[in-house]
Design a protein around this ligand. Sequence first.
Ligand code: RP5
Length: 161
Amino acid sequence: MRHLKVGIIMGSQSDWSVMKESAIILEELKIPYEKKIISAHRTPDRLWEYGETAIERGVAIIIAGAGGAAHLPGMMASKTQVPVIGVPIPTTALSGLDSLYSILQMPKGYPVATMAIGNPGASNAALLATSILSLNDSEISKRLMAWRQDLSRSIEETPRE
Ligand code: RP5
């Protein structure tokens, strides 16, 4: 079977400090991925090319982070049938609520699975991508199960003083 990968894309270099949380999780779970800066506004041709070739290049799921007028996830969902998970990047002016609403409010027909704002959203995007891939890969499924069990075990029952 061809090796499928996750595509992590982001609107700017400045998004990487959040989007690296997706990469960290994918590395922990040994999921192949690639990462690219693709701006819906500054590099629209790059966006089009990426969406056009995603399936043939084995990209199974796209995690797209963007901030402010965050059009990248929605535009990518318009261009490819590969499922898109959106990560709203925190912003200085509006704390990421702008990003959240931009990504969340897609019109019928072109969904984006929208995560929480910022680092937890970026981590969860990678976990959701892994969960989707695990449907067709028992090894990934086992690794995800172990990861979740480790997290549960790390939570203490009694709060420390
Ligand atoms: C968006 O504009 C990017 O996703 C980024 O979150 C935001 C600001 O970009 P920079 O001005 O920092 O490059 O397109």
